[in-house]
Design a protein around this ligand. Sequence first.
Ligand SMILES: N[C@@H](CCC(=O)N[C@@H](CS)C(=O)NCC(=O)O)C(=O)O
Length: 199
Amino acid sequence: MKLHHASASPYVRKVMACAIARGLAGRIETIATNPHVSPPELLVDNPLSKVPALVTDDGTAIYDSPVICEYLDTLGDAAPLFPPTGSMARLHAQIMHATADGILDAAVARRLNMPHPQDDGRRAFDARQKAAVDRALDVLEKAPPKGLSDIGAIAVGCALGYLDFRFGHEPWRATHPALAAWYAEVSPLAPMSETAPTG
Ligand SMILES: N[C@@H](CCC(=O)N[C@@H](CS)C(=O)NCC(=O)O)C(=O)O
């Protein structure tokens, strides 16, 4: 398989963390990609010009990280990260996954907004995205993930890692101690430690 990859992308990180958790990392060839310049090699596989995009061994191009993660769950013999279809466990994992991806969507939007001159409109946009992140962290604090055994937990780990990576000046641990304790527990595990962002 080939993965259009960017080492600083938290969505790519989530896919790689799933691949590691499921013992599939060795089957993935990464292609360093800058999606912001719309390279033709990426557009062939993802018309939206976003990473991650995965090309399977039979040539099927898959994009959007939740879709890729669920595809990886169909390969190999390791314990699945997506609980069985129709189960409450799956519903809860997917809600946590959506919460974490929502944190990423808001935080990445803030980051893209930063280089521009900050008029009132841009400041209001930033405040709205930050408020969404703060509310989502509060929700996770009330019911933090347990371990790193499902897609919801992996996604939350990647979201918290992105906040540390890009918004380290906005500390979240003191106000979210249960989430901080969980994150400290799972950060040394291979899916997290081997995918920590660089660049
Ligand atoms: N919903 C997508 C989001 C992917 C995404 O936004 N990736 C960013 C990198 S962190 C990107 O490729 N941005 C390029 C662009 O928006 O043009 C997913 O989960 O895969």
